[in-house]
Design a protein around this ligand. Structure first.
Ligand SMILES: *[C@@H]1O[C@H](CO)[C@@H](O)[C@H](O)[C@H]1NC(C)=O
Ligand SMILES: *[C@@H]1O[C@H](CO)[C@@H](O)[C@H](O)[C@H]1NC(C)=O
Ligand SMILES: *[C@@H]1O[C@H](CO)[C@@H](O)[C@H](O)[C@H]1NC(C)=O
Ligand SMILES: *[C@@H]1O[C@H](CO)[C@@H](O)[C@H](O)[C@H]1NC(C)=O
Ligand SMILES: *[C@@H]1O[C@H](CO)[C@@H](O)[C@H](O)[C@H]1NC(C)=O
Length: 418
């Protein structure tokens, strides 16, 4: 080889190595780095998938932190962001002024937030490769839209429900140790007992210094789940401090961190009551508390907490025959730190995941999903069936301080009329 050829080869090798280094660090930046990703992706890099928000402006949680500005097809979209914290690459766009409908073809997915849905404002043209995504973080109990007008429109669903194509929960738990799983029936009962007992030998007393009993933050004084009526009755048996517009206590929302710290310091229990009772509908009202040392009280008629949260980490009010029985149990825990502390056994064995920048979060799941080349074509023929009926929303009634669940397809009318 001549001097010239050697030089060319050396330059080529340098270029190749630089590219390789660049790619590897990019992957590392994405959070989960594994050699399989690299091997699968490197020989034939996947193109960046494009996601378009049709109604709302997509707002990344914090600019330039996990997100970079991306380039959209000209004249089509504004505010484009590249998701850089996911395993695979996707750009997210908000709809701008549409000058040329043919450019819409470039998007792999178009997201329609159910809250803003109207059949009068949808793309005039669609392409068979495109995924029309139904997005909702709220439960269907608040009827924003007429789902009958959605027939044969959506290809995919992205909601808090586990049976969505793209599961988009408010949070989740991950096991840190081998001995635990989220499904308590799969943890050896003796192991679980032992793990719970271990907390007795801890030096931490989670109940120490707490002088108050139950707290609740609420801004909406009417709800379909009848939670306000429930708390009114609970108050007659145990002290409940109600913060916000429906109560007498105040804590400035401008610093929610300080409010959380105050709750953790002073209170034993927190009412994590959702505004509607629908399967899998568990919001930040629950996950936020699980990051602190306070026991959340939930009202779960569907058994979903059992599937997503560690056993003995929260109290399900629906397990008690009456409100008085629940209050008696809370008073028992309040008077016995050993029993109280047992509810925190899991802190060493699980972590709480979630939040918009978590690489396992909804947008990254959608991105992974779009990169899957073997997805079958699909369309939701009847969204009334999938969303309104299969969400299994329920209402409750009170009879003599006992809560009676009702299965009721017309739940929302009844509650509004009541
Ligand atoms: C607290 O409960 C534990 C477990 O039931 C019991 O062994 C202990 O005696 C109780 N402590 C008090 C002070 O009642
Ligand atoms: C891609 O989708 C198919 C069909 O839904 C599924 O079986 C497969 O596991 C997916 N592949 C990946 C890598 O997620
Ligand atoms: C989405 O649904 C439309 C309308 O039925 C269909 O033409 C298209 O092929 C579907 N796309 C995917 C990716 O499933
Ligand atoms: C869609 O499902 C709902 C609820 O099951 C049903 O009442 C309705 O008739 C269905 N619509 C069509 C067009 O099949
Ligand atoms: C409610 O309590 C009253 C008085 O104890 C009793 O007469 C009535 O039968 C109870 N109603 C129901 C539905 O249990």
């Amino acid at each position: 080889m001549s001097q010239y050829h050697r030089c060319v080869v050396a330059v080529l090798i340098i270029i190749l190595l630089t590219r390789l280094y660049y790619r590897t660090t990019l992957f590392k930046k994405g959070g989960t780095f594994s050699t399989t990703n690299l091997l699968n992706t490197f020989p034939s890099p996947q193109p960046v998938k494009k996601i378009l928000f049709w109604y709302e402006q997509y707002k990344p949680p914090r600019r330039r932190n996990g997100f970079e500005i991306a380039q959209g097809p000209t004249g089509m979209a504004e505010d484009a962001y590249r998701l850089t914290h996911c395993q695979l690459q996707c750009d997210i766009f908000s709809r701008g002024r549409i000058v040329n409908w043919e450019l819409l073809k470039e998007y792999d997915a178009i997201i329609f937030h159910q809250h803003d849905w109207t059949p009068d404002d949808v793309p005039v043209k669609r392409w068979p490769h495109q995924h029309y995504v139904f997005l909702s973080m709220e439960s269907p109990a608040w009827r924003f839209v007429n789902t009958e007008s959605m027939k044969n429109f959506f290809n995919r669903t992205m909601t808090y429900r586990r049976d969505s194509d793209i599961y988009n929960p408010y949070g989740w738990f991950s096991a840190l140790t081998e001995s635990v799983t989220l499904d308590s029936s799969r943890i050896n009962p003796l192991t679980l007992k032992q793990l719970m007992r271990d907390v007795h030998f801890d030096t931490t007393n989670y109940g120490a210094g707490k002088t108050k009993k139950v707290a609740w933050f609420v801004s909406n004084c009417k709800s379909l789940s009848a939670r306000n009526e429930y708390v009114d009755r609970l108050k007659t048996f145990i002290d409940v401090d109600i913060y916000g517009q429906c109560g007498t206590m105040r804590c400035s929302r401008s610093n929610s961190e300080l409010c959380h710290e105050m709750l953790e310091r002073d209170y034993k229990f927190y009412l994590s009551l959702e505004n509607t009772l629908c399967e899998d509908y568990v919001t930040e009202k629950f996950f936020d508390q699980m990051r602190y040392h306070i026991i959340p009280i939930v009202f779960d008629l569907h058994g979903h907490h059992k599937r997503i949260a560690p056993p003995h980490s929260y109290i399900n009010a629906a397990d008690y025959k009456s409100i008085r029985e629940l209050a008696d149990y809370l008073l028992l825990l309040d008077g016995n730190d050993t029993l109280y502390n047992e509810y925190f056994w899991w802190k060493k064995h699980y972590i709480v995941g979630g939040g918009p920048r978590d690489a396992k979060g909804g947008m990254c799941r959608l991105c992974d999903y779009l990169h899957n080349s073997t997805l079958p074509l699909k369309v939701y023929q009847n969204m009334t069936q999938w969303w309104d009926v299969q969400s299994k929303c329920r209402t409750v009634a009170f009879i003599n301080n006992t809560i009676m669940p009702k299965h009721d397809a017309d739940f929302y009318w009844e509650s509004f009329l009541a």
